[in-house]
Design a protein around this ligand. Structure first.
Ligand SMILES: [Zn+2]
Length: 411
């Protein structure tokens, strides 16, 4: 059974398109965000706070050594179906979900080579919040929730038809500190939207909602909404709803707050950008965060912003989640030349190094990229004292050019 499903997965991976179908105007994220920015002062404060932290980190990108590690984020998928058998209607199959996550990973890892590798991957959780085995997929019949069968889910603050967002999410949700939650639903606003995501503010309901028909391997909606979840705005942010060119005086605070995606209007996807003649126009018009018909890339500026978001609450805690077992925290060094234990650690770590690494230097960076400790690997078993460090995530790099890296968690 496993061999069969893996084979189907492999075959489908070989054939699906790397670029996604365009997003068009069916993303509900900003509708909800703008509403909350206007009416919810604590939300507004949170957004401003995380924005200023992310800006400070991206401005110091040159010092941010953490950009060299691949982050693996545990995902839980809640399928809120209408009572159909597994594999039909809104109750999409395990295979379809696995293909969707695989497709998401090809886009974040830049498999088509057209953009930038975000060095971010998503894994279906294999450990639930109680530490039990799971396939990372929860199925719940949502048809008894008022209005769900007729119109799907209604995002909070929206006046469209549909079931109350929190009532649907309360059917199944896992702690956002350890899992990125994805709810697959039958419809959003009776067909008005194909997806919406929370910007990274945490809380019980943080995550992404996507209609079942868009949870597919070639979906442009999934990377787009995940992009919002990790604090990317639309490339046309600030266009007033396709009305005017976004401000363009300081790219870190205007438009999408990203400097290598030229500002534009939502509807402008042609060969030239009427809003700006500078920068690489293809970075915006082919961007997963645009509404243009063909999307196929993220940029370095977006990567910096996403990775800065992982250095502050609430997304930072995802990096120490054990939701995907060892994968989440014990990244193997690419050549398996060394290992570290225990991890998480308390007062010291043992570094078991291959003989080839003897005499190599090592460096421990904190989460802002600052060097905290350094030394030389002098034996195959080296003990490093962590006693004076505060709790958190550190990056341990060793060897020539410090290319072998490991995340270390200090409790
Ligand atoms: Zn969007």
């Amino acid at each position: 059974m496993k061999i069969t499903s893996n084979l189907i997965l492999l075959i489908s991976l070989l054939f699906f398109q790397i670029q996604g179908k365009g997003q068009h105007a069916e993303c509900g994220t900003d509708y909800i965000h703008n509403n909350r920015m206007e009416n919810d002062s604590s939300y507004r404060k949170q957004i401003y706070s995380i924005e200023s932290q992310v800006e400070a980190i991206t401005q110091n990108h040159a010092n941010n050594k953490l950009t060299s590690a691949v982050y693996t984020i545990p995902v839980v998928v809640h399928v809120i179906h209408l009572g159909e058998a597994i594999g039909s209607g809104s109750n999409i199959s395990d295979i379809q979900i696995k293909q969707a996550i695989a497709g998401l990973n090809t886009r974040f890892r830049n498999s088509n080579g057209l953009g930038v590798d975000i060095e971010l991957e998503f894994c279906l959780a294999n450990k639930d919040p109680n530490g039990n085995s799971t396939n990372g997929i929860n199925r719940v019949n949502g048809s008894s929730v008022t209005n769900y069968s007729a119109s799907g889910i209604k995002p909070t603050g929206n006046t469209c038809g549909g079931a109350v967002e929190t009532a649907i999410k309360d059917l199944s949700r896992w702690p956002v500190s350890n899992y990125y939650n994805i709810w697959v639903v039958s419809k959003i606003c009776n067909g008005g939207f194909v997806g919406f995501a929370s910007y990274p503010v945490g809380g019980l309901y943080d995550g992404l909602v996507i209609v079942s028909t868009s949870m597919t391997s070639n979906s442009g909606t999934l990377p787009h909404e995940v992009g919002h979840g990790f604090f990317l705005y639309h490339t046309f942010n600030g266009d007033g709803g396709n009305v005017s060119c976004p401000a363009d005086t300081n790219c870190l605070i205007n438009g999408d707050h990203v400097c290598d995606t030229p500002p534009h209007k939502q509807g402008d996807c042609g060969t030239t950008n009427p809003c700006s003649s500078t920068g690489v126009w293809d970075n915006s018009r082919y961007n997963y965060m645009a509404y243009c018909p063909l999307v196929n890339r993220f940029t370095q500026g977006q990567k910096d912003r996403i990775r800065a978001t992982f250095l502050v609450a609430p997304r930072a805690s995802l990096l120490s989640s054990i939701g995907c077992g060892a994968v989440g925290i014990n990244e193997r060094s690419s050549s398996n030349l060394f290992s570290i234990f225990p991890n998480p650690a308390q007062s010291l770590i043992n570094v078991k190094a291959d003989i080839k690494l003897l005499g190599s230097s090592y460096v421990v960076y904190d989460n802002t990229g600052k060097t905290i400790l350094k030394g030389i690997i002098t034996s195959e078993d080296t003990i490093i004292e962590l006693g004076s460090l505060s709790g958190g995530i550190y990056l341990f790099s060793v060897g020539e050019n410090l290319k072998q890296s490991f995340k270390v968690i200090k409790e």
